[in-house]
Design a protein around this ligand. Structure first.
Ligand SMILES: [Ca+2]
Ligand SMILES: [Ca+2]
Length: 304
């Protein structure tokens, strides 16, 4: 009997303790909490949620929201918490700082007791907002009521927008504007160039990639970088702008290692007439045949 009594007592105590703990938990204060988000420099659409947390039961809530000068409020959207609601601001001007949000359940007589998002604030970052900045947003001076039209006390938690370095797009295009690659780069950083592009021969003219037309080692805006090429005429070994008998003299002298006809003195790209990557007697033969207008050797390069 004593044992049963003890068990009942213990059970009762446990229930009471649980009830006490619940009561203690429910003593939290309904809190208007501003979300903390990250944004990049120049971001024009930063979404910041305003939450209701530790909700003790409300049917309407008003809160003033003060935000950093480097933020511009662009729009406000009703959240998911008070759905049958109207959202207004007083004054109506979005430019007012503090901005006032007001939501009231317009149809129900029941308290909203869930936690959730009251409104979403949309900001754009001013140019003054740079990487590393923490732009504080505070809620204050609110007023909330429950379904019995009794005031509900409110607590507030600040939020912030942490500014990260802006990213920019570096577009690498070929000489004719066709895209090669597109890379996103953080402000002030260097883009990695794609592999050197190649350009097809056209009408006896060859092309050598010679670099990019725009620097991309310190990117501070969206830029387009275009491939540059130097051109040469196949067979124009002496690089004087035309292919003729003089070239037919120069190439054999280069191959025979005549002084003044070294590789550095001639256009080796123009001399590699069969495009095999080396300049040798085969090229010299092709050159001579082309000058002599042998059939099949007139149009250079000669690729069998
Ligand atoms: Ca020439
Ligand atoms: Ca060759």
């Amino acid at each position: 009997m004593n044992k049963l009594l003890r068990t009942i007592t213990l059970a009762l105590f446990t229930v009471m303790l649980a009830a006490l703990m619940c009561a203690s938990a429910s003593a939290a204060t309904t809190t208007v909490e501003i979300g903390s988000v990250e944004a990049t420099e120049g971001d024009v659409n930063v979404k910041v949620p305003v939450y209701i947390k530790d909700n003790q039961g409300i049917i309407s809530v008003l809160a003033k929201i003060t935000y950093d000068d480097a933020l511009t409020l662009t729009s406000v959207e009703t959240g998911e918490l008070i759905t049958n609601s109207f959202c207004s601001n007083d004054p109506l001007d979005l430019a007012s700082n503090p901005y006032t949000v007001y939501l009231s359940d317009s149809t129900s007589l029941e308290n909203v007791t869930d936690d959730g998002v009251l409104v979403y604030l949309y900001f754009s970052l001013d140019e003054t907002a740079v990487a590393g900045d923490e732009l504080v947003i505070t809620a204050h001076d609110g007023l909330a009521y429950d379904a019995n039209v009794a005031k509900v006390s409110l607590a507030y938690t600040d939020g912030k927008v942490t500014v990260l370095p802006g990213t920019y797009t570096v577009t690498f295009n070929d000489w004719d504007g066709s895209p090669i690659s597109e890379i996103n780069v953080k402000k002030g950083e260097a883009a990695t160039a794609p592999a050197d592009p190649t350009r097809a021969d056209a009408d006896g003219v060859g092309y050598i990639f010679s670099g990019w037309d725009t620097a991309f080692d310190n990117v501070t805006s969206d830029i387009t970088v275009t491939a540059k090429y130097t051109s040469f005429i196949y067979g124009d070994v002496d690089n004087d702008g035309s292919f003729n008998t003089a070239d037919g003299v120069v190439l054999p002298r280069n191959l025979a290692k005549w002084q003044g006809y070294e590789d550095s003195a001639i256009n080796m790209n123009a001399a590699d007439l069969n495009k095999d990557g080396v300049v040798d007697t085969t090229d010299s033969v092709i050159l001579a045949r082309s000058l002599a207008k042998w059939q099949g050797y007139i149009d250079l390069p000669y690729v069998a």
